[in-house]
Design a protein around this ligand. Sequence first.
Ligand SMILES: *Cc1c(COP(=O)(O)O)cnc(C)c1O
Length: 816
Amino acid sequence: MTARLEFDQLQSSAEALRRSLSNRLMYGVGKDAVTAIPQDWLHAAALAVRDRLVQRWMVTTRRQYEQDVKRVYYLSMEFLIGRTFSNALLALGIYDQMKEALADVGVDMESILDLEPDAALGNGGLGRLAACFLDSMATLGIPGFGYGIRYDYGMFRQQIVDGEQVEAPDYWLRAGNPWEFPRPEVQYRVHFGGRTVRRDGHVEWLDTQHVNAMAYDTVIPGYATDATNTLRLWSARADEELDLSAFNQGDYQRAVESRNISENVSRLLYPDDSTVAGRELRLRQEYFFVCATMQDLIRRYLRTHSTLARFSDKVAVHLNDTHPVLAIPELIRLLVDVHRMSWDEAIGNIRRVFSYTNHTLMPEALETWDVELLGRLLPRHLQIIYDINAAFLDEASDKGAHELDMIRRMSLVDESGQRRVRMAHLAIVASHKVNGVSKLHSQLMQHDIFADFARLYPDRFTNVTNGITPRRWLGQSNPPLARLIDESIGTKWRTDLTELAGLRGLRGDASFEAAFRAAKRCNKVRLAQRAKLRSGMVFDPDALFDMQVKRIHEYKRQLLNVLHVIVRYNRIVADPQRDWVPRVVLFAGKAASAYRMAKTIIKLINDVAVKVNNDPVVGERLKVLFVPNYGVSIAEMMIPAADLSEQISTAGTEASGTGNMKLALNGALTIGTLDGANIEIGESVGQENIFIFGNTAEQVNALRAAGYRPRQIYEENAELRNALDQIRTGFFSPDDPARFSEIFYTLVDWGDHYLVLADFAEFVAAQEAVDRRFVDMPGWTASAIANVAGVGQFSSDRAIAEYARDIWNVKPIDMG
Ligand SMILES: *Cc1c(COP(=O)(O)O)cnc(C)c1O
């Protein structure tokens, strides 16, 4: 019999919060008002908020058990969450009350918000998508668990020193993490290495080494609902016994060292946004996390069910890209070798349970693992993969795939050269649904990289266009605009973003348009102040703020943007008296630490900035700024201040993009290619409110097939030639004239793989159209409003509702 507990029901008035603050500072942090530093107040405030989340968490968990719900497990190597404090206050509806409570004890809330470190357990879009999805699952009441790794070191901090990226470690846990609950009682063993022995029907995996995975839970609040979910992250813990033999031999140092080595598995996030070099530690990470997760979900299922018979009715597992694909052989291993299910029954379960999201069309970014490495680290899993492959190839041949070439292309094992397992193929074969992340991407996926599979399994492929959470990306990041929208059409947009369509009726309303412009200006002033503080640079808030903020990558084509900046600069110098539209061109983004070209691009941007910003002829007409350390919190500050959103990837390379959605939601107009979700954004906001340019995906293929010749474009376009020659001859790098010669040759002589030169002329023409629209301020404002009004469908709530209905087959819980 469970004891009946009595605890305080916490209220949300400022008075109740002030009392909680004092209690939490005293009993939670161990300080009083005299000794507390600002960090302590933040900690105490976070604990006071967390207490209120826990109340809801308990209610939700109880409801889930009572209703024996089907649960979704969202597996992702990355969760790019950012800060939690403001988000939780807004979800609970206690932002103003907390501000008042803190003011009562003499603390200015705005000033402590910046002390919270970003939880940067992700690289970019993929990790941020996972974070937006957690927010939406909770808000919609979908019983969903996020599962991932609690990296000690998140995404590196980027410093810019002499124009170059310098990486610093991000030990985000330094001041403790008030949002998580360590669960030392929830630990699973994760084995590596060893050998396998077959015994009637199942296999034993022997002579392994192991490390333990310990759970840390974070509450994920839904917005304006009692529903909450859990993000469970695994941290590696060495086994005490493991060290004992060395310890007993008196070798204390070796005992501690081996402990450190096995705990390395959750030490750091790989700072690479798509291709990770085939590092053994990365493979260990991937297995570590899915192994603990699969054990945990079986245990949770068996707590309320006596057999595994209805497992697939109650469990959906989603794979965010291929990084967690080892969950498939791991679940088979657990079902067959540990729970003694038959192979056929296990395979049937797998196909009902798993689904997979593909995030890239670039073949070089598709994950594969060396068979030798897999066999050494995970011998049982390699056997299972071979068995799945054999059954799959039989099935494919039954369905008419006899052609040897096709079999070779589809096999789970790439036999050309050093043998490698193709993780995407394993995911497709073992899942019941595979989705792309925008209409274009899903089409190309089925017609291009996975065409053979799409023919074999036509019903398996589908699309769910990405989305973003309006709570963080408008409500939290853009208070002036959020307030204006609340006053104009009410507050329902926060949970139904299509409500923003109501703003269309306000176009032409002069007072609304003026207020809309004022909100944008307020955000631009805020950003300009920050920039002045951090970089000393002064710029005019009435200039056009042109923003490209995202990972630095050749396919995203920051170089195309830089080329336009250089041409604009040359034009201004040649004719300074023309009526130039003043522009501030802002860049931000990190380069993977081993990606040399991306780092050179950062240096080029900064060298061009030095030249442009210090040329007295140019003055306010053009400014260039690279904002360091792009991450969620910097994004929240920059995006609301944008007038123009640069979404200029080579058509067919950006699977969806989500930065494009955030910027449009904040009233920026897009200049972009027909790539990823840009296409759908154009359809939604109206083609007259977006600047589309450049070759389509189809034209890109045709160009390449016909033999693309960038040097010819270079020779025929004098302005472009001049800009490229300036890059090559050290005009921007007089201290090291050859610094950027590799950029020149990549574009002009080595094939220009991303077709920068092919799209250049149209890009510059589109930029001229941008200028013309911007001087017509009423016209620009009307377009900006049309963007906000039209992006409702890009809410992650819509995306999650589609996943729940079409892929996971789960329903929201009844909160009573
Ligand atoms: C949204 C977001 C991204 C993704 O941006 P894209 O333009 O879609 O590549 C990357 N990093 C952060 C911090 C983000 O918030």
